[in-house]
Design a binder for this molecule. Sequence first.
Ligand code: FEO
Length: 396
Amino acid sequence: MNPREIANNLFYVGVNDRQKELFENLWPLPSGVSYNAYLILDDKTVLIDTVDVCYSDVFLKKTARALNGRPLDYLIVDHMEPDHSGSIRLLRQQYPGVKIVGNSKTFGMLEGYHNITTGLHEVKEGDTLDIGSRALHFYMAPMVHWPEVMFTYDPKEKTLFSADAFGTYGTLDGGVVDAQMNVSPFMDEMVRYYANIVGKYGNPVQKALQKLSGLDVQTICSTHGPVWRERLTDAVSVYNRLSRYEGEEGVTIAYGSMYGHTEQMAEAIASALSENGVRNIAMHNVSKSHASYILRDVFRYKGLIIGSPTYSNQLFPEVESLLSKIEIREVKKRIFGYLGSFTWAGASLKRLAAFAEKMNWEVAGEPVEQKQGMSEDKYEACLRLGKAVADRLKEA
Ligand code: FEO
């Protein structure tokens, strides 16, 4: 319930969610998620973002405690997605005089979600807000995740409030700033969060990173996960790499398999990849691995191999669903291999070839199609496909 002072007169008033199973009702949260909000105490008092409405009680208590009897002058809304804007209406009820700071797109959403149309202070790119000993600067970051997203920068403390950018899944179990915790799990979850939530918006993320490159930023306060200070450079470089769709050396193999025959092909290919020097191989049975984790690995590694049986003259449904998720995210520059199997009429290879063409990916090796059980020549063809992908990865 206590707010945490994370810098001089900067308080963390966010909350942890260990109850929700699925973020956005889509993405698993095995280690929960935090909704971060921050309060600056200067001549004026300024709250930056709120939290999911389910946690407004704890959030409002923390905020009141940090304010210690002072009024709340401003609420800056960097992002209107309800995991951050959900408590705005209740906040306004508690602090009727609070001025809400946002851009024109923010205010359209504020009216739509909360029917709030008064007490607003509109800002545009490069505007500042004087709050006493410092002036906060605003930078628009459209589509770093939604169109209204903006970043707030405090040049005095060299602190950036970055909305979803640099966010991760995972609750803050005691610590708030990266130096106070073991951040390894968060670095891993940052990749999954990016792939699931922000993955489609590589170009807007690149534009935002370029905009920030001229600022002296020593602390990043995201709306999810740790406050980045000690590992700030690492967090920025993860975003930079992912938003360029630059994969590490490694291969994701995602396959559907009803009776194990496509899986045997995938195993043979994995073995050939390993024998040819690929150390990072992530295998996913699409019926077992949640797409959240498969997407994480698709973003992480530059090699991707997909296998599917033919099912009702189509792809295996879970494979089709995965392709759609990859296509939506416009993943670029993957070295792609593919395989399929069938019992009486094959359709999967044709669909996978069309997918590769649509994604404008380079196809490595000869695709393998197997009828019914594994034959010796198909086994050898799988080994050749694995070797071809491994060889191409080394050249890339
Ligand atoms: Fe964490 Fe796009 O909201």
